[in-house]
Write a protein that binds this ligand. Structure first.
Ligand code: ADP
Ligand code: MG
Ligand code: MG
Length: 894
């Protein structure tokens, strides 16, 4: 049974040495490995031992039986601790007490909490009292033990114990735990034990050996409890990893006023500032500091001044121990070459180290610490680049609420798209656009959004919806645009007449100001002050270092000059996707667009199109001026025409009048344009084939604009004309010939030429599978992974919200494939297309422009496949730059 052979099961540490090391985290868990490392560095660590994660795995493989020899091994290691500290486990005169601590590879909520003071019972507690000469301390330790053990090992609810203690204190007018004397604790312990007997029908275990194994069993048992399982599933931690168990001699921070316990960071985890940061409590034990029973004191004098805390710091009350502690900080940070999060205890003036680990930090702190450590010569640039999590940078790339501003919270929905914004409430996309054009800042509030609202979403400073999840239309589009968005604010009701919304009993009328924080999902009344993001200081420096190690270039998806400017400011090296249809929604143009669509013949269409050409050319001129010197990929018209259609009879009449056509004709035509499944209908290059004049106009507009910008600035963009939704080589060949004809025409008229490329988006499985043939006509491929995901899964993103979350929860899909590229399916198609394309055309330019272009895991895949660039929303450009550098560096290592 079991099969796998098990190696050394127990690793001892203490007495200035250890059998384990930091590098053995997989075997010893994070806590155990670092305790061993600290002991081997000669730091004061109470002696103990770690039972390996392999024992945990063997335990589960073997029907919850421990491997042979484990019991003997534990007994032997307990003897080692006894020898080291000169005490005996279970002795009534000189008792050894231990803590039992869980410790997986990665710290994991759901695992068993630590049990302290194990080994105490009615007899050993007397030994502890005699030994310490402090009866109160001994019984305080005992009651903590009974409570912790009953809670974490026996599964009693801890509030039962809190109630007993509160009642006891109330009856005696006690206020603090420190008011409790030895006799009080004795009485409490009896009540605790009685509560256990009553609840569980058996007595609290008093045999130390039974206590020890009870706790060890509980740690291993907690690996398979529901909370751990859920956490593992959500975080992709495999079951086979297992947890380790640490057993360690107790040291006591609750032995009076020269004792204390605390936590510390070697640098400030929220700002990254290079000063010690931490808290401690005098005469306390274990989790008291974080439990908030008393207000902890600051570690340093400077820290207490910063916080305006008038209780003295450790630096002030125990200067010598403080000095010793900070020497340890220097040693540990130097050793691990990163900011450390440390737990310590002081027993009667003597310092003991109980834990160290690389400390969690905010994005801002991560940048500062990485840059500082590099400049201090502790790490090199490459290491600094790997130290910052690209996804965390998102926190720094959007406007944020001014932390000092007052807030009036209305409601909370889902944090759908980060950023803070305020504006006056409007309820329709048209109104949003109208007011925005008049220079006002608006907040678009909708039950939900649809593609028809895009112009309003673009015009708005932020978006709130009452319905919809993290992958709803509003969320996806807002993230793409970098608009702040709160979705699914379920208690928000919009009045039928569109005059106001109500939430939590309050009414906010149209035109009133609200503010949203898309990073938290909060919606506030009024305009709360915000702060703009910028790429400067440590952030800019780290980006510069990252750029040195990057292979792929990073572009942005942008169509407006403003978005393009933002993207350039964040370091975009071109535009990977300019969607031309956004340019059609503008109030002035939509009329001409509608006329174009509704015209029944080419003459009618050409008349309308000639009105659109100057607008489109101006758009491109502006965009190309911002992006001059860089490549810009322009996608020709893609969505089904009906997205632009008027809805009401009045609107149709308006278009008909402008075109000088009978209203009835246009009505008929609008009906005829209806499609059963527009996503798979008359769209993309299919429009270009059936209405050649549309693409011709677009190509003319963009090439004329490029020539003019080159003329004026002497610096040209390189237009990359992208044909969408191609599935056959013939489609592209047909359109390419037309594009080139327009090019010749434009260059002849302008008396100059210009380099440009013609290529296609690979967003249909057939295109990927026939990429070798398509590449005969294409100078570049851009992977449109949004549509490629939809068409590969046969799944509409807009409709996936009703079941996709369940798929992810049940583990049927590991991740939402619209968020992180599905490597096995969609990724395989990308790989095939890249290989086939390059087999036909060496040096075929390859990029990605789906939302995945801003997702670090998907970017790593693009690196593996050898794409030339990734393109993402402007606000994700720095994330992509860093992610691209990290995966290039990871590749270097292999
Ligand atoms: P967590 O993983 O929740 O941090 P730990 O195992 O680190 O749990 O234990 C929590 C706290 O218990 C520690 O910070 C420390 O203060 C205390 N503790 C653990 N072991 C001992 C010990 N041997 N002696 C004194 N205190 C201990
Ligand atoms: Mg800890
Ligand atoms: Mg597409």
């Amino acid at each position: 049974m079991g099969g796998s052979k098990i190696g050394k099961m127990i690793y001892n540490f203490g007495g200035g040495d250890a059998e384990g090391r930091t590098g053995m985290k997989n075997l010893l868990g994070g806590k155990g490995a670092n305790l061993a490392e600290m002991a081997s560095l000669g730091l004061p660590v109470p002696p103990g031992f770690t039972i390996t994660t392999e024992v945990c795995t063997a335990f589960y493989e073997n029907d919850r039986q421990y491997p042979d020899g484990l019991r003997e091994g534990v007994a032997e290691s307990m003897k080692k601790i006894e020898a080291e500290v000169g005490k005996e486990f279970g002795s009534t005169s000189n008792p050894l007490l231990v803590s039992v601590r869980s410790g997986a590879r990665a710290s994991m909520p759901g695992m068993m909490d630590t049990v302290l003071n194990l080994g105490l019972n009615d007899e050993t507690v007397r030994g502890l009292a005699a030994l310490s000469g402090d009866e109160r301390f001994a019984y305080d330790s005992y009651r903590r033990f009974v409570q912790m053990y009953s809670d974490v090992v026996l599964g009693m609810e801890h509030h039962a114990f809190e109630e007993i203690l509160d009642t006891y204190k109330d009856e005696r007018d006690y206020y603090l735990d420190t008011d409790m004397q030895a006799a009080d604790w004795k009485a409490i312990i009896e009540q605790y034990k009685a509560a256990v007997q009553q609840k569980l029908g058996k007595p609290f275990p008093l045999d130390p050996e039974e206590q020890l194994w009870g706790a060890i069993d509980a740690v291993f048992g907690s690996w398979m409890n529901d909370r751990s399982k859920t956490y593992r599933r959500l975080n992709g931690i495999p079951e086979e990893w297992g947890t380790a168990v640490n057993v360690q001699a107790m040291v006591f921070g609750n032995m009076g006023d020269s004792s204390a316990t605390g936590v510390a960071f070697t640098r400030d985890p929220s700002t990254g500032d290079n000063h010690y940061y931490g808290e401690f409590l005098v005469n306390a034990q274990g989790e008291d500091v974080v439990a908030g029973i008393r207000t902890p004191q600051n570690l340093t004098r400077a820290g207490r001044m910063r916080q305006g805390n008038d209780q003295p710091s450790l630096e002030e009350v125990m200067p010598e121990t403080y000095k010793e502690l900070t020497d340890v900080f220097v040693k540990l940070e130097g050793h691990y070459r990163d900011m450390q999060d440390i737990e310590f205890t002081i027993q009667e003036g003597k310092l003991w180290m109980l834990q160290t680990r690389t400390g969690k930090r905010t994005a801002k702190a991560a940048l500062k610490i990485a840059v500082d450590l590099c400049e201090e010569g502790k790490i090199d640039e490459k290491t600094a680049v790997t130290r910052v999590n690209p996804a965390a940078l998102d926190q720094l790339l959007h406007p944020t609420l001014d932390p000092n501003a007052e807030r009036d919270l209305l409601t909370k929905g889902l944090p759908a798209s980060p950023g803070a914004a305020s504006g006056e409430v409007v309820f329709t996309a048209d109104e949003a656009e109208r007011l925005a054009e008049a220079g006002r800042k608006v907040m678009l509030v909708r039950v939900e959004t649809s593609p028809e609202d895009i112009h309003g979403m673009h015009a708005a400073a932020g978006i709130v919806t009452a319905r919809g999840g993290m992958t709803s239309h509003a969320a996806v589009v807002a993230r793409g645009m970098g608009r702040a968005c709160v979705c699914g604010a379920g208690d928000l009701r919009i009045e039928k007449d569109g005059s106001a919304f109500t939430v939590a009993g309050r009414t906010i009328a149209k035109g009133e100001q609200i503010t949203i924080d898309g990073a938290t999902g909060e919606v506030f009344a009024g305009a709360v002050k915000t702060i703009e993001p910028e790429l400067s200081g440590d952030f800019a420096k780290l980006m510069e270092w990252a750029d040195k190690h990057r292979r792929m270039t990073v572009r942005a998806n942008a169509e407006t000059p403003l978005d393009a400017k933002t993207a350039r400011g964040f370091g975009a090296e071109g535009i990977g996707l300019c969607r031309t249809e956004h340019m059609f929604f503008d109030a002035e143009r939509i009329l001409a667009v509608r006329e174009m669509i509704l015209s029944e013949d080419e003459t009618g269409r050409r008349a309308a199109i000639s009105k659109l050409l100057p607008y489109q050319r101006d758009d491109f001129r502006e965009l190309f001026t911002v992006m001059r010197g860089l490549p810009v990929t322009v996608r020709l018209l893609d969505p089904p025409l009906h997205e632009f259609l008027p809805h009401t009879d009045e609107e149709i009449a308006e278009v008909a009048q402008a075109a000088g056509v009978e209203t009835e004709v246009f009505k008929r035509r609008a009906k005829a344009l209806h499609e059963a499944n527009p996503m798979l209908g008359h769209r993309g290059c299919r429009l270009g084939i059936s209405y050649p004049e549309i693409y011709e106009m677009q190509v003319r507009a963009l090439l004329e604009a490029a020539c003019e910008v080159a003329e004026e600035t002497g610096d040209a963009v390189v237009p990359e004309i992208m044909v969408p939704l191609v599935s056959t080589k013939a489609e592209l060949a047909t359109l390419r010939a037309r594009i080139e004809a327009v090019g010749k025409d434009v260059f002849a008229a302008k008396g100059r030429t210009l380099d440009y490329l013609v290529g296609t988006m690979i967003e249909l499985p057939r295109a990927a599978l026939t990429a070798d043939r398509i590449a005969e006509e294409a100078e570049f491929f851009s992977f449109g992974t949004n549509d490629l995901t939809q068409t590969t899964f046969g799944l509409s993103r807009d409709d996936a919200g009703s079941f996709l979350p369940l798929y992810v929860r049940q583990g049927i899909l590991e991740q939402d494939p619209f968020v992180s590229l599905d490597r096995d399916g969609v990724g395989e198609l990308v790989k095939i297309a890249a290989q086939k394309g390059r087999a036909t055309r060496e040096g075929l330019k390859l990029g990605i422009c789906g939302e995945h272009g801003g997702d670090p895991a998907s970017i790593a895949f693009c690196e593996l496949v050898g794409l030339d660039y990734v393109s993402c929303s402007p606000y994700r450009v720095p994330i992509a730059r860093l992610a691209a550098a990290q995966c290039a560096l990871a590749g270097e290592e292999d």
